[in-house]
Write a protein that binds this ligand. Sequence first.
Ligand SMILES: Nc1ccn([C@@H]2O[C@H](COP(=O)(O)OP(=O)(O)OC[C@H](O)CO)[C@@H](O)[C@H]2O)c(=O)n1
Length: 365
Amino acid sequence: MNLAGARVLGSNSSVKRSKILQHHLCDRIAMPSFRHRAQALSESEKSQIKPDFSFGIVADIQYADIPDGHSYHGTPRFYRNAKAALRRAVSMLREGSIPLSFTIQLGDIVDGNCKENAEKALDGILGELNAFGKPVYHMLGNHCLYNLDRELLHQKMEIPNLPADGGSYYSFEPHPSWRFVVLDSYDVSLPGWEPSHPRYQLALEWLKKNNPNENKNNPQGLEGVERRWVAFGGGASPEQVAWFKQQLQEASAKKQRVMVFSHLPFQPGTAPNPCLQWNYEELLDVMRGSSCVVATFAGHAHQNGYVRDEWGIHHLVLPSVLETPPGRDCYGHIKVYGDKVKLVGTDCMMSLDMSLGRKVLQEAA
Ligand SMILES: Nc1ccn([C@@H]2O[C@H](COP(=O)(O)OP(=O)(O)OC[C@H](O)CO)[C@@H](O)[C@H]2O)c(=O)n1
Protein backbone atom coordinates (compact mmCIF):
# COMPACT_ATOMS: atom_id res chain seq x y z
CA MET A 1 0.00 0.00 0.00
CA ASN A 2 1.16 3.52 -0.70
CA LEU A 3 1.37 4.89 2.82
CA ALA A 4 1.94 8.52 1.79
CA GLY A 5 -0.20 10.62 4.08
CA ALA A 6 -0.66 7.87 6.67
CA ARG A 7 -0.41 8.81 10.32
CA VAL A 8 -0.79 6.92 13.57
CA LEU A 9 -3.26 8.58 15.88
CA GLY A 10 -2.24 9.44 19.42
CA SER A 11 -3.37 7.47 22.46
CA ASN A 12 -5.95 10.13 23.39
CA SER A 13 -7.70 9.65 20.09
CA SER A 14 -11.02 7.81 19.75
CA VAL A 15 -9.28 5.47 17.34
CA LYS A 16 -6.27 4.74 19.56
CA ARG A 17 -3.44 2.64 18.15
CA SER A 18 -5.13 2.85 14.78
CA LYS A 19 -3.61 3.62 11.46
CA ILE A 20 -5.41 6.23 9.45
CA LEU A 21 -4.94 6.74 5.78
CA GLN A 22 -6.74 9.11 3.50
CA HIS A 23 -5.75 9.03 -0.15
CA HIS A 24 -7.46 11.79 -2.00
CA LEU A 25 -8.45 11.65 -5.63
CA CYS A 26 -5.88 10.32 -8.02
CA ASP A 27 -5.59 13.68 -9.73
CA ARG A 28 -4.79 15.38 -6.42
CA ILE A 29 -1.98 13.13 -5.18
CA ALA A 30 1.16 11.58 -6.60
CA MET A 31 0.18 7.98 -7.31
CA PRO A 32 2.55 5.32 -8.63
CA SER A 33 2.08 4.77 -12.36
CA PHE A 34 -0.32 2.02 -13.42
CA ARG A 35 2.48 -0.01 -15.04
CA HIS A 36 4.63 0.14 -11.93
CA ARG A 37 1.74 -0.98 -9.75
CA ALA A 38 0.77 -3.82 -12.10
CA GLN A 39 4.34 -5.18 -11.94
CA ALA A 40 4.48 -4.85 -8.16
CA LEU A 41 1.19 -6.69 -7.77
CA SER A 42 2.07 -9.55 -10.08
CA GLU A 43 5.30 -10.08 -8.09
CA SER A 44 3.40 -10.29 -4.80
CA GLU A 45 0.67 -12.43 -6.31
CA LYS A 46 3.21 -15.04 -7.36
CA SER A 47 4.04 -15.60 -3.69
CA GLN A 48 0.40 -15.84 -2.53
CA ILE A 49 -1.40 -19.05 -1.84
CA LYS A 50 -4.78 -19.38 -3.53
CA PRO A 51 -7.50 -17.26 -1.89
CA ASP A 52 -10.64 -19.00 -0.60
CA PHE A 53 -12.60 -16.70 -2.94
CA SER A 54 -12.25 -13.30 -4.61
CA PHE A 55 -14.68 -10.62 -5.73
CA GLY A 56 -14.73 -7.31 -7.61
CA ILE A 57 -15.61 -3.92 -6.12
CA VAL A 58 -16.60 -0.54 -7.53
CA ALA A 59 -18.04 2.63 -5.93
CA ASP A 60 -20.12 5.66 -6.91
CA ILE A 61 -20.40 5.19 -10.66
CA GLN A 62 -22.95 8.05 -10.59
CA TYR A 63 -23.46 8.02 -14.36
CA ALA A 64 -25.63 10.63 -16.10
CA ASP A 65 -25.97 11.47 -19.77
CA ILE A 66 -25.04 15.10 -19.15
CA PRO A 67 -21.92 17.23 -19.77
CA ASP A 68 -19.07 17.23 -17.25
CA GLY A 69 -19.67 19.30 -14.12
CA HIS A 70 -18.39 19.50 -10.57
CA SER A 71 -19.36 18.68 -6.98
CA TYR A 72 -20.71 21.27 -4.54
CA HIS A 73 -17.11 21.90 -3.50
CA GLY A 74 -15.81 22.19 -7.08
CA THR A 75 -14.29 18.73 -7.70
CA PRO A 76 -14.68 17.84 -11.41
CA ARG A 77 -17.32 15.20 -12.20
CA PHE A 78 -17.10 13.26 -15.48
CA TYR A 79 -20.70 12.08 -15.86
CA ARG A 80 -20.56 10.46 -19.31
CA ASN A 81 -17.05 9.09 -18.86
CA ALA A 82 -18.34 7.10 -15.86
CA LYS A 83 -19.91 4.61 -18.27
CA ALA A 84 -16.71 4.16 -20.30
CA ALA A 85 -14.66 3.77 -17.09
CA LEU A 86 -17.13 1.19 -15.78
CA ARG A 87 -17.02 -0.75 -19.08
CA ARG A 88 -13.24 -0.96 -18.79
CA ALA A 89 -13.49 -2.00 -15.14
CA VAL A 90 -16.01 -4.76 -15.87
CA SER A 91 -13.96 -6.15 -18.72
CA MET A 92 -10.80 -6.20 -16.56
CA LEU A 93 -12.66 -7.82 -13.66
CA ARG A 94 -14.15 -10.41 -16.00
CA GLU A 95 -10.96 -11.22 -17.85
CA GLY A 96 -8.29 -10.70 -15.17
CA SER A 97 -6.00 -13.50 -14.01
CA ILE A 98 -7.89 -13.86 -10.70
CA PRO A 99 -11.25 -15.65 -11.08
CA LEU A 100 -13.88 -13.53 -9.30
CA SER A 101 -17.08 -15.03 -7.91
CA PHE A 102 -19.13 -11.80 -7.93
CA THR A 103 -18.87 -8.01 -7.86
CA ILE A 104 -20.22 -5.49 -5.35
CA GLN A 105 -21.17 -1.92 -6.23
CA LEU A 106 -21.30 0.44 -3.25
CA GLY A 107 -24.24 2.66 -4.28
CA ASP A 108 -24.95 5.82 -6.31
CA ILE A 109 -25.10 3.83 -9.52
CA VAL A 110 -26.61 6.87 -11.34
CA ASP A 111 -26.51 10.60 -10.58
CA GLY A 112 -29.50 12.61 -9.37
CA ASN A 113 -28.98 15.13 -12.17
CA CYS A 114 -30.46 12.81 -14.79
CA LYS A 115 -34.04 13.42 -13.71
CA GLU A 116 -35.86 12.74 -17.02
CA ASN A 117 -33.60 9.88 -18.11
CA ALA A 118 -32.97 8.24 -14.75
CA GLU A 119 -34.46 4.85 -15.67
CA LYS A 120 -32.67 4.77 -19.00
CA ALA A 121 -29.39 5.66 -17.25
CA LEU A 122 -30.00 2.90 -14.67
CA ASP A 123 -30.76 0.31 -17.37
CA GLY A 124 -27.60 1.29 -19.27
CA ILE A 125 -25.36 0.94 -16.22
CA LEU A 126 -26.98 -2.32 -15.11
CA GLY A 127 -26.32 -3.61 -18.64
CA GLU A 128 -22.63 -2.70 -18.27
CA LEU A 129 -22.41 -4.38 -14.85
CA ASN A 130 -24.27 -7.48 -15.98
CA ALA A 131 -21.70 -7.96 -18.77
CA PHE A 132 -19.52 -9.20 -15.88
CA GLY A 133 -21.40 -12.48 -16.32
CA LYS A 134 -21.53 -13.37 -12.61
CA PRO A 135 -23.71 -12.02 -9.77
CA VAL A 136 -23.52 -8.31 -9.00
CA TYR A 137 -24.61 -7.22 -5.50
CA HIS A 138 -25.98 -3.71 -5.14
CA MET A 139 -26.82 -1.15 -2.49
CA LEU A 140 -28.64 2.15 -2.68
CA GLY A 141 -27.06 5.59 -2.35
CA ASN A 142 -28.69 9.01 -2.09
CA HIS A 143 -28.37 9.61 -5.86
CA CYS A 144 -30.16 6.33 -6.67
CA LEU A 145 -33.11 7.56 -4.62
CA TYR A 146 -33.39 11.14 -5.92
CA ASN A 147 -35.38 10.12 -9.04
CA LEU A 148 -35.98 6.39 -8.83
CA ASP A 149 -38.49 4.43 -6.82
CA ARG A 150 -37.03 2.03 -4.21
CA GLU A 151 -39.23 -0.82 -5.38
CA LEU A 152 -38.13 -0.34 -8.99
CA LEU A 153 -34.47 -0.26 -7.92
CA HIS A 154 -34.92 -3.47 -5.91
CA GLN A 155 -36.49 -5.21 -8.89
CA LYS A 156 -34.02 -4.02 -11.52
CA MET A 157 -31.03 -4.72 -9.27
CA GLU A 158 -32.51 -8.13 -8.36
CA ILE A 159 -31.64 -7.56 -4.69
CA PRO A 160 -32.14 -10.84 -2.77
CA ASN A 161 -33.65 -11.53 0.68
CA LEU A 162 -35.12 -8.07 1.33
CA PRO A 163 -37.00 -7.28 4.56
CA ALA A 164 -40.77 -6.81 4.56
CA ASP A 165 -40.51 -3.19 5.76
CA GLY A 166 -39.44 -1.86 2.33
CA GLY A 167 -35.81 -1.31 3.39
CA SER A 168 -32.83 -2.32 1.23
CA TYR A 169 -30.71 -4.32 3.68
CA TYR A 170 -29.82 -7.98 3.21
CA SER A 171 -27.07 -10.54 3.67
CA PHE A 172 -25.56 -13.41 1.75
CA GLU A 173 -23.02 -16.14 2.36
CA PRO A 174 -20.36 -16.16 -0.37
CA HIS A 175 -18.44 -18.97 1.36
CA PRO A 176 -19.33 -21.27 4.29
CA SER A 177 -16.94 -19.28 6.54
CA TRP A 178 -18.15 -15.83 5.52
CA ARG A 179 -21.30 -13.72 5.82
CA PHE A 180 -21.57 -10.44 3.90
CA VAL A 181 -24.00 -7.92 5.39
CA VAL A 182 -25.25 -5.12 3.13
CA LEU A 183 -26.71 -2.26 5.17
CA ASP A 184 -29.22 0.33 3.94
CA SER A 185 -27.73 3.79 4.68
CA TYR A 186 -31.03 5.42 3.68
CA ASP A 187 -33.45 3.37 5.73
CA VAL A 188 -34.23 6.58 7.68
CA SER A 189 -33.93 9.39 5.12
CA LEU A 190 -35.65 12.05 3.08
CA PRO A 191 -34.67 10.60 -0.32
CA GLY A 192 -36.53 7.38 -1.15
CA TRP A 193 -39.67 7.72 0.95
CA GLU A 194 -42.94 9.63 0.47
CA PRO A 195 -43.16 12.55 2.96
CA SER A 196 -46.00 10.72 4.74
CA HIS A 197 -43.84 7.61 5.31
CA PRO A 198 -42.82 7.03 8.98
CA ARG A 199 -39.15 6.67 7.97
CA TYR A 200 -39.26 10.09 6.22
CA GLN A 201 -40.94 11.59 9.26
CA LEU A 202 -38.29 10.11 11.55
CA ALA A 203 -35.52 11.48 9.28
CA LEU A 204 -37.12 14.93 9.40
CA GLU A 205 -37.34 14.76 13.19
CA TRP A 206 -33.64 13.80 13.50
CA LEU A 207 -32.56 16.50 11.03
CA LYS A 208 -34.63 19.25 12.67
CA LYS A 209 -33.18 18.31 16.05
CA ASN A 210 -29.58 18.27 14.86
CA ASN A 211 -29.26 20.78 11.99
CA PRO A 212 -30.60 24.30 12.59
CA ASN A 213 -29.96 25.48 8.98
CA GLU A 214 -32.91 26.16 6.70
CA ASN A 215 -31.15 24.21 3.91
CA LYS A 216 -30.73 20.83 5.63
CA ASN A 217 -28.05 19.87 3.08
CA ASN A 218 -25.89 22.58 4.59
CA PRO A 219 -23.72 21.60 7.60
CA GLN A 220 -22.65 25.22 8.26
CA GLY A 221 -22.26 25.97 11.98
CA LEU A 222 -22.07 22.30 12.96
CA GLU A 223 -18.80 21.09 14.46
CA GLY A 224 -16.82 17.86 14.01
CA VAL A 225 -18.89 14.70 13.57
CA GLU A 226 -22.08 16.77 14.12
CA ARG A 227 -21.59 17.88 10.50
CA ARG A 228 -23.04 14.52 9.45
CA TRP A 229 -26.55 15.87 10.01
CA VAL A 230 -27.27 16.74 6.38
CA ALA A 231 -30.24 15.81 4.20
CA PHE A 232 -28.08 13.96 1.68
CA GLY A 233 -27.12 11.60 4.52
CA GLY A 234 -29.23 8.97 6.21
CA GLY A 235 -29.51 6.53 9.07
CA ALA A 236 -30.47 2.99 10.06
CA SER A 237 -33.90 2.37 11.59
CA PRO A 238 -34.23 0.59 14.97
CA GLU A 239 -35.56 -2.39 12.98
CA GLN A 240 -32.44 -2.48 10.81
CA VAL A 241 -30.14 -2.16 13.83
CA ALA A 242 -31.95 -5.10 15.52
CA TRP A 243 -31.66 -7.14 12.30
CA PHE A 244 -27.93 -6.30 12.08
CA LYS A 245 -27.38 -7.46 15.66
CA GLN A 246 -29.15 -10.71 14.88
CA GLN A 247 -27.08 -11.21 11.71
CA LEU A 248 -23.87 -10.93 13.73
CA GLN A 249 -25.19 -13.29 16.41
CA GLU A 250 -26.08 -15.86 13.75
CA ALA A 251 -22.68 -15.43 12.08
CA SER A 252 -20.90 -15.94 15.42
CA ALA A 253 -22.96 -19.04 16.13
CA LYS A 254 -21.90 -20.45 12.74
CA LYS A 255 -18.26 -19.40 13.33
CA GLN A 256 -18.45 -17.11 10.29
CA ARG A 257 -16.41 -13.99 9.66
CA VAL A 258 -18.30 -10.91 8.50
CA MET A 259 -17.74 -8.06 6.05
CA VAL A 260 -20.14 -5.12 6.16
CA PHE A 261 -21.00 -3.01 3.09
CA SER A 262 -22.84 0.30 3.08
CA HIS A 263 -23.05 3.44 0.94
CA LEU A 264 -22.31 5.79 3.86
CA PRO A 265 -19.12 5.41 5.93
CA PHE A 266 -19.38 4.63 9.70
CA GLN A 267 -15.92 5.32 11.01
CA PRO A 268 -14.81 8.91 11.74
CA GLY A 269 -11.46 9.57 10.09
CA THR A 270 -12.24 7.55 6.96
CA ALA A 271 -14.17 10.37 5.26
CA PRO A 272 -15.15 14.03 5.73
CA ASN A 273 -17.63 14.29 8.62
CA PRO A 274 -20.66 15.29 6.46
CA CYS A 275 -20.33 11.87 4.76
CA LEU A 276 -20.79 9.83 7.98
CA GLN A 277 -23.97 7.83 8.56
CA TRP A 278 -26.25 9.60 11.05
CA ASN A 279 -26.30 6.81 13.68
CA TYR A 280 -22.86 5.42 12.92
CA GLU A 281 -22.08 5.01 16.64
CA GLU A 282 -24.96 2.60 17.13
CA LEU A 283 -23.80 0.47 14.20
CA LEU A 284 -20.17 0.53 15.36
CA ASP A 285 -21.33 -0.56 18.84
CA VAL A 286 -23.10 -3.54 17.29
CA MET A 287 -19.94 -4.49 15.36
CA ARG A 288 -17.69 -4.02 18.38
CA GLY A 289 -20.04 -6.05 20.56
CA SER A 290 -19.33 -9.09 18.42
CA SER A 291 -15.99 -10.63 17.47
CA CYS A 292 -16.80 -11.60 13.90
CA VAL A 293 -16.55 -8.35 11.90
CA VAL A 294 -13.35 -8.16 9.88
CA ALA A 295 -13.92 -5.12 7.66
CA THR A 296 -16.41 -2.50 6.49
CA PHE A 297 -16.53 -1.00 2.99
CA ALA A 298 -18.31 2.24 2.04
CA GLY A 299 -18.41 4.80 -0.77
CA HIS A 300 -20.09 8.25 -0.91
CA ALA A 301 -16.97 10.30 -0.03
CA HIS A 302 -15.40 9.89 -3.50
CA GLN A 303 -11.93 9.33 -2.05
CA ASN A 304 -9.84 6.59 -0.47
CA GLY A 305 -9.98 6.42 3.31
CA TYR A 306 -8.84 3.87 5.87
CA VAL A 307 -8.85 3.42 9.63
CA ARG A 308 -8.18 0.26 11.61
CA ASP A 309 -10.01 0.78 14.87
CA GLU A 310 -8.87 -0.38 18.30
CA TRP A 311 -11.12 -3.45 18.05
CA GLY A 312 -9.08 -4.50 15.00
CA ILE A 313 -11.86 -3.82 12.47
CA HIS A 314 -10.62 -2.44 9.14
CA HIS A 315 -12.82 0.42 7.85
CA LEU A 316 -12.37 1.32 4.19
CA VAL A 317 -13.88 4.05 2.04
CA LEU A 318 -13.36 3.66 -1.70
CA PRO A 319 -13.13 6.36 -4.40
CA SER A 320 -15.69 7.09 -7.12
CA VAL A 321 -15.76 6.15 -10.76
CA LEU A 322 -17.52 9.50 -11.37
CA GLU A 323 -14.61 11.69 -10.28
CA THR A 324 -11.93 9.55 -11.97
CA PRO A 325 -10.47 11.59 -14.84
CA PRO A 326 -10.99 10.17 -18.37
CA GLY A 327 -8.34 7.59 -19.22
CA ARG A 328 -7.75 6.68 -15.56
CA ASP A 329 -9.24 3.67 -13.74
CA CYS A 330 -11.01 3.13 -10.43
CA TYR A 331 -11.98 -0.40 -9.43
CA GLY A 332 -10.55 -3.25 -7.42
CA HIS A 333 -10.79 -6.85 -6.44
CA ILE A 334 -10.64 -8.39 -2.99
CA LYS A 335 -8.95 -11.69 -2.24
CA VAL A 336 -10.14 -13.49 0.88
CA TYR A 337 -7.80 -15.86 2.70
CA GLY A 338 -8.11 -17.76 5.97
CA ASP A 339 -5.99 -15.20 7.86
CA LYS A 340 -6.18 -12.03 5.78
CA VAL A 341 -8.12 -10.00 3.23
CA LYS A 342 -6.33 -8.22 0.41
CA LEU A 343 -7.74 -5.30 -1.57
CA VAL A 344 -6.01 -4.96 -4.92
CA GLY A 345 -6.94 -1.53 -6.21
CA THR A 346 -6.38 -0.37 -9.77
CA ASP A 347 -4.97 3.09 -10.51
CA CYS A 348 -7.03 5.52 -8.36
CA MET A 349 -8.18 2.86 -5.89
CA MET A 350 -5.77 2.09 -3.03
CA SER A 351 -4.42 -1.40 -2.31
CA LEU A 352 -4.37 -2.76 1.21
CA ASP A 353 -3.44 -5.94 3.11
CA MET A 354 -5.73 -6.55 6.08
CA SER A 355 -4.82 -9.14 8.68
CA LEU A 356 -7.62 -10.74 10.68
CA GLY A 357 -7.62 -9.69 14.34
CA ARG A 358 -6.75 -12.19 17.07
CA LYS A 359 -10.33 -12.19 18.41
CA VAL A 360 -11.79 -12.91 14.97
CA LEU A 361 -9.37 -15.79 14.44
CA GLN A 362 -10.11 -17.21 17.94
CA GLU A 363 -13.86 -16.85 17.51
CA ALA A 364 -13.93 -18.60 14.14
CA ALA A 365 -11.46 -21.38 15.12
N1 LIG B 1 -22.38 22.04 1.94
C1 LIG B 1 -23.27 21.50 1.07
C2 LIG B 1 -22.98 20.29 0.43
C3 LIG B 1 -23.90 19.79 -0.46
N2 LIG B 1 -25.03 20.47 -0.72
C4 LIG B 1 -26.01 19.92 -1.67
O1 LIG B 1 -26.33 18.61 -1.26
C5 LIG B 1 -26.61 17.79 -2.38
C6 LIG B 1 -25.77 16.53 -2.35
O2 LIG B 1 -24.41 16.88 -2.57
P1 LIG B 1 -23.51 16.04 -3.56
O3 LIG B 1 -22.11 16.52 -3.49
O4 LIG B 1 -24.15 15.98 -4.90
O5 LIG B 1 -23.59 14.59 -2.90
P2 LIG B 1 -22.82 13.33 -3.38
O6 LIG B 1 -23.53 12.16 -2.80
O7 LIG B 1 -22.64 13.33 -4.87
O8 LIG B 1 -21.37 13.47 -2.76
C7 LIG B 1 -21.14 13.18 -1.41
C8 LIG B 1 -19.87 13.83 -0.94
O9 LIG B 1 -20.12 15.20 -0.73
C9 LIG B 1 -18.73 13.67 -1.90
O10 LIG B 1 -17.61 14.39 -1.48
C10 LIG B 1 -26.38 18.64 -3.62
O11 LIG B 1 -27.62 19.13 -4.06
C11 LIG B 1 -25.49 19.74 -3.09
O12 LIG B 1 -25.62 20.91 -3.86
C12 LIG B 1 -25.31 21.67 -0.06
O13 LIG B 1 -26.35 22.26 -0.28
N3 LIG B 1 -24.41 22.15 0.83
